[in-house]
Design a protein around this ligand. Sequence first.
Ligand SMILES: [Cu+2]
Length: 399
Amino acid sequence: MWSAWGTKKSYQSVRTEDDDQESTNLEELKARHAQAKKSLTRLLLHRGLFVPIVVLILLLAAGVSVAYFTVWRSSITPPIAEISPNAPATVASPTAPGAATFSETLSEGGCHKRREWRTLSQEEKQHYISSVHCLLDHPSVFPGHAIKNSTLYEDFPWIHSHAGYYTHDSASFLPWHRYFLHIYETTLRRECGFEGELVYWDWTQDWEDLAHAPVFDGKSGFGGDGDPQGEVTIGKTGRCVVDGPFADVEARFYDVKFQPHCLSRGFTDDQGNRRIDGTAVSPESISNVLALDRYDHFVSKMESVVHDAIPFGIGGDFQTFTAPYDPLFYLHHVQLDRLWWMWQQQDNRTWEYNGYKQRHSMEMASLDDVLIYQGLAEDVKVEEMMDTQKEGGLICYTY
Ligand SMILES: [Cu+2]
């Protein structure tokens, strides 16, 4: 036979010599094997074991097939919860990859920095948008309320048009909205897996052509103007927003009136020009407002000049007290909050607070005043909203 160190050639020559002997052995083996097979079959039939063994083999084969099919199916089919027939194709999962980059914005004080919309990556924009959109899939926190069977998304315009109404035209305009934004942010995190911070729209960068700002992008933003060919839904110019991820938003209220309609905007003028006047949010206008040194003067100009320009320019839902139906409301108000924060940084004005306590009231404002949220969250004192980085405070962020 072939020795371990032999070449292939030497093996072949040895094999030729042993050929006859090997074929004899093979015949003998075959005969023995046939004999053994016959004996075994006879034994099985004789003892009545043949049928139970065949059944056992068939059962085992079936079990293996079912297990294999289950594993294969789960590898190609996502869980049912992920297949929502109503989810728009442009909306990614709230835990989209890339979301984690939001968390790399810690300031020196350990609080997160809020950023401008256009500095976000595509993934971060998608993550923000899909987190906001997710509120539409959650039930209202007000069971048995006037907005029964509504969504968590709708709770925010509801509270803004009720409790929030009284804070406009008063000192509490800024602190009330500061906490309102915080409630929104924590709701997004808790209910929708949001991993970032709220973002702002710095309109001073677009003031010369607000109507074409990146926030209105139909693919990477919040959709554009209402359809100029469409019918007027609300107000004088509000028409259905038909592009972007929020074109499916159904607003049931217009201010305090029950008037179901599509999310609407209207900034195309009678001549068909898409235009929003940005004079009030130009860098010059903003620096004039930031130069005011009394809180009551500052808050008044902030609301009546800077704040009003955007909702009245965009029109539709945004221009009334149910403005938070428009997702841009939040980016606009974070920018207003940022300007207040900038104003507070000058000359140690963090704790400056004066003016009238609330709308239609002649009572003077104080840091002890309570800001009311009617159950959307716990009420808080104005004092809690003055420093965005107070140790042990309710809020922790910077710009
Ligand atoms: Cu408001």
